[in-house]
Design a binder for this molecule. Structure first.
Ligand SMILES: [Zn+2]
Length: 578
């Protein structure tokens, strides 16, 4: 797989301010552009609008350069040159650019012509700028760079973990396929080996995290906050909901969703004729059928997903096809690749890139459909001229991706010619959707606790984690595996790399289930509304974006219960086919 190179990509949004030949890895070439914006005379409303456009362009160009270096590093974590290029960009460009950007925001805020800009077009941008100005502290910049480096260490630590099993060295992602084995012994062995391998790094994970907490707590203090949670709610521009709403979500997860999950698990135990479910019994087919093998070769994964997307909406198929032709997909698992999957949008070319670690599982199909939803979002909102309005809040970004997974379910015959297999895959998907919600509550509640109890020690942290697992989990027997259970959060990269970025998935899943409901009622109208939501980017408030997509921004019990009923009914219908 050749490394991503922007020279091979079409540039449909040409630069008008940053010189085409500028070397973006050299501060000496980047700094004058910031200085020009800082000193430029702005003497009219038109000047100010041109100035904002140029600022947006500079930020997009630098953001793309950073993304390219990040993409290359995650595709090849074992190449020291590529790693160096990424780290150097953080230190030499991103870090010194931050105070420059901040000074420019201040210049904008103080500009007398700002009041002449239309309130309708700029009020959201102004709300964001005002918030950024209020939170900005110069002394937090080195702390943030330090945190990014620690995140990168976490990735490296994870990416290097391998075990020897089945006659060969395997990444922990590759070990995932053994959990679908119908041989319980194979599942237990492979699960234990993987868990033990992580446990060997327990202290490294804990050390990293302790360093992270310390830096984060300091950053919040520097910005004048009592705790990092409240600071992060402001940082993440959660203007439309707060910690209390998250607690309400936790409550619903415990009271309404957990009982449904327990029902799934009990049915599983019964079908598998097990008196207790162990953690390695959760991925295998509960009817004892061999694991689904949707594809062997990556080409099949790509063509199958393209066909599915095309059936949801022809435009989606076309976009995906174009991405493949442009080399914007890196899908296969390899040693030396960072874990997980993501979609990132390159800000200048405004093209999406999908990264994942596929090994031939049903889950891989779902991941690619998920990331494709993000990619469609980026693509459909790419023409929005004002760069700040091109990106939706995360809570809606995940609606884009999760809805795509749900809308794709009726077309899984692209991978499974047997309708029973397609039904099995969909049942599994819907169960996963529901099962994830209490896990989201666990991860979110854990972080609320960590950052409102910053003086905790490691033992208290583990104990609280286990307490939350009992509150939101249950029905799985961890006897004899207590040490592993207490460290289970080490594998949740969000806790390390993107703190508090997780409840978004829960809020979004509730949005996606509503999109799914619309789609099932009337496919054409459902897709139209979905695309309408994608097209507004970040030009509206969160509740308004939801409304544009034909859904409600609401995660109350009243909203959740009927969605759960719909899912349960659909599973019952599919059970009859499978
Ligand atoms: Zn996503």
């Amino acid at each position: 797989m050749p490394l991503l190179d922007p020279k091979t990509l079409p540039h449909e949004f040409p630069r008008s301010f940053v010189p085409k030949a500028a070397n973006l890895g050299e501060w000496a070439e980047v700094e004058p552009l910031f200085n020009e914006l800082q000193t430029r005379a702005v003497t009219s409303k038109a000047d100010l609008e041109k100035w904002l456009k140029d600022l947006g362009e500079l930020e997009d160009v630098l953001d793309e350069e950073g993304s390219l270096r990040y993409v290359r590093m995650t595709c090849k974590t074992d190449d020291p040159e590529i790693e160096k290029a990424f780290l150097e960009f953080l230190e030499k460009i991103s870090e010194p650019a931050k105070p420059k950007s901040f000074a420019l925001l201040k210049k904008y805020w103080d500009c007398p012509f700002r009041s002449e800009l239309s309130e309708k077009d700029y009020s959201l941008f102004n709300r964001s700028v005002e918030n950024q100005l209020a939170l900005y502290r110069e002394k937090n910049i080195p702390l943030e760079t330090e945190l990014e480096k620690l995140s990168q260490q976490y990735q490296k630590l994870n990416g290097a973990l391998t075990v020897h099993y089945d006659g060969r060295e395997q990444t922990l992602q590759q070990m995932g396929r053994y959990l679908e084995s119908t041989d319980r012994k194979v599942r237990e062995e492979s699960w234990s080996l993987t868990a033990q391998r992580r446990l060997q790094e327990k202290n490294a994970f804990e050390d990293l995290f302790d360093q992270m907490i310390k830096l984060r707590v300091q950053a919040a203090k520097n910005a004048g906050f009592d705790n990092y949670r409240d600071y992060m709610f402001r940082r993440k521009e959660r203007f439309d909901y707060g910690p209390k709403d998250c607690e309400a979500f936790h409550e619903s997860a415990e009271k309404t969703i957990k009982p449904l999950v327990v029902k799934f698990l009990n049915r599983r135990a019964e079908k598998m004729r097990l008196s207790v479910l162990k953690p390695w019994d959760l991925s295998v087919d509960q009817d004892g059928l061999p694991p689904l093998r949707p594809f062997e070769k990556t080409e099949k994964l790509v063509s199958g997903c393209e066909n599915i997307l095309r059936q949801v909406d022809p435009q989606f198929g076309n976009i995906f096809n174009q991405m493949n032709k442009l080399g914007l997909l890196d899908l296969e698992s390899r040693v030396g690749k960072a874990p997980g999957g993501y979609n990132t949008t390159l800000s200048e070319t405004r093209l999406p890139f999908i990264f994942m670690n596929s090994v031939g599982l049903d889950h891989d199909v779902r991941t690619l459909l998920h990331e494709s939803g993000h990619a469609m979002h980026g693509f459909i909102s790419r023409a929005i001229p004002f760069s700040s309005y091109r990106h939706s809040p995360m809570e809606f970004c995940e609606v884009a991706s999760m809805s795509m997974e749900l809308m794709a379910d009726p077309y899984l015959n692209e991978f499974y010619s047997d309708p029973k297999e397609a039904a099995r895959s969909t049942i599994r998907h819907l169960e996963d959707v529901i099962t994830l919600l209490p896990w989201i509550a666990t991860i979110d509640a854990f972080q609320h606790w960590i950052y409102t109890h910053p003086d905790h020690n490691r033992e208290e942290r583990s104990a609280h984690w286990v307490h939350l697992r009992n509150r939101f989990g249950g029905a799985v027997d961890w006897t004899g595996l207590e040490e592993i259970q207490a460290s289970l959060w080490h594998r949740q990269l969000h806790i390390f790399e993107v703190p508090f970025y997780y409840i978004e998935y829960g809020i979004a899943q509730l949005g996606a289930l509503q999109v799914w409901k619309n789609f099932r009622q009337d496919k054409k109208e459902g897709v139209r509304l979905y695309k309408q939501g994608l097209a507004v980017g970040g030009s509206q408030t969160l509740p308004d974006i939801f409304q544009s997509a034909g859904i409600r921004f609401d995660f109350s019990l009243k909203m959740i219960e009927p969605l759960m009923v719909e899912v349960e009914k659909e599973i019952e219908r599919l059970e009859k086919i499978s």
